[in-house]
Design a binder for this molecule. Structure first.
Ligand SMILES: [Zn+2]
Length: 150
């Protein structure tokens, strides 16, 4: 398991923010797989990064202190030590986002196709169902746009 796969999504994103705004300083290499740094957030935190055993990494911030949690400060240090990993993370997130948007677009197209094939009876049934469950403004908007009077 790597640093990124051991961290939460929000720690990764916020770590990337910290890395981009250069909040990491005094990076020291202890061994081929171990580094320390100081990350300035709300306060200054001391980070120990272990690339080989991510869960052994530590940070003295309230979230991670004494726990085996990979916080944003550890992620930020990781991105500073291996800048290619920051680019890789961003590229992968962008790819996933595009994939998701494509999926949604296809789903929408298929829904429209399906609507076009529905019988009038089924359409009426579905519209009434929507009025029953959708927020009231959808019903109000329908009444207004179609000039329906009580
Ligand atoms: Zn931390």
């Amino acid at each position: 398991m790597g640093i990124i796969s051991s961290a939460s999504g929000s720690s990764c994103w916020r770590g990337l923010d910290y890395y981009k705004s250069k909040k990491i300083r005094d990076i020291k290499k202890i061994s081929d797989v171990e580094y320390t740094s100081i990350v300035s957030g709300t306060k200054e935190y001391n980070v120990y990064l272990n690339l080989e055993k991510p869960r052994k990494s530590t940070c003295n911030c309230p979230l991670a202190n004494g726990k085996r949690i990979i916080c944003k400060h550890i992620v930020a240090t990781y991105f500073s030590v291996i800048p290619e990993s920051a680019k890789e993370f961003e590229d992968e997130q962008n790819r996933l986002q595009e994939e998701y948007e494509e999926y949604q677009e296809n789903e929408y197209k298929n829904a429209i196709k399906f609507i076009n094939k529905m019988s009038k009876e089924k359409l009426v049934e579905e519209l009434i169902h929507i009025f029953d469950y959708a927020p009231e403004w959808i019903y109000d908007d329908f009444i207004k746009r179609n000039d329906i009077e009580g």
